[in-house]
Design a protein around this ligand. Structure first.
Ligand code: GAR
Length: 212
């Protein structure tokens, strides 16, 4: 069973989607901790409801980003994760952490990458005028939202959408995509070949949430 650590910054609905899939036995793993970068997040409340330990590393009390990262890496090491999930974690991870956990950190982003990386992906999509958007789960590398893509789900962009409405439509797909990617990882069914992520067939008869 894989040890999963989730990093989040706010509402935590993606964290909840993963924690619920774990509780339903859809993922060969358990959430051993939620790390949040500020106090008072809804994500932390939700972790408490699931009995998942919360580690608050308040970014605002550190004088430098490297001091914050040092604390973060210490906490991660103490949790010994097989998989680190960025679920609405709104900081760029330092290269030290990315190198230490290479191939073991995944992120969910609310656009069809490589379109619209970075902040306000839904607003960027509307400003560009695309007709389809969606979400991407990808392995994290040292760029911004640039690592190998695990899976994507798409939604239509409608003429009267505003960023909030589009974000909600995408979020519903995120809640399917992220648990599915975590389940695949935890069943050792993902291989990274250059930029391509290969999804290995399931020979155990296990069901992956969201799979057809
Ligand atoms: C989600 O839409 C996630 O894709 C996005 O933040 C939201 C977090 O919601 N992440 C990013 O934009 C990261 N670049 P949640 O806290 O309810 O999971």
């Amino acid at each position: 069973m894989k040890r999963i650590v989730v990093l989040a910054s706010g509402r935590g609905s993606n964290f909840l989607a993963v924690a619920s899939a774990v509780s339903r036995g859809m993922i060969n793993g358990r959430c051993v901790g939620l790390i949040v970068d500020r106090p008072g997040t809804l994500a932390a409340v939700r972790a408490g409801e699931h009995g998942i330990p919360v580690f608050t590393i308040d970014y605002s009390v550190f004088s430098t980003k490297s001091a914050y990262e040092e604390e973060l890496i210490g906490t991660l090491r103490s949790l010994a994760p097989d998989l680190v999930v960025l679920a609405g974690y709104m900081k760029i991870l330092g290269s030290g952490i990315i190198r230490e956990y290479v191939g073991r950190i995944i992120n969910i982003h609310p656009s069809l990458l490589p379109s619209f990386p970075g902040l306000d992906a839904q607003g960027q999509a509307l400003a560009y005028g695309v007709k389809v958007s969606g979400c991407t789960v990808h392995f994290v590398d040292e760029g911004t939202d640039s690592g190998p893509v695990i899976l994507q789900r798409c939604v239509p962009v409608l003429e009267d959408d505003d960023p909030g409405i589009l974000a909600e439509r995408i979020l519903a797909e995120e809640h399917i995509a992220l648990p599915e990617a975590v389940a695949l990882f935890c069943s050792d069914r993902l291989r990274i070949l250059g930029r391509t992520v290969i999804r290995l067939p399931d020979d155990s008869g296990e069901q992956v949430p969201g799979s057809l």
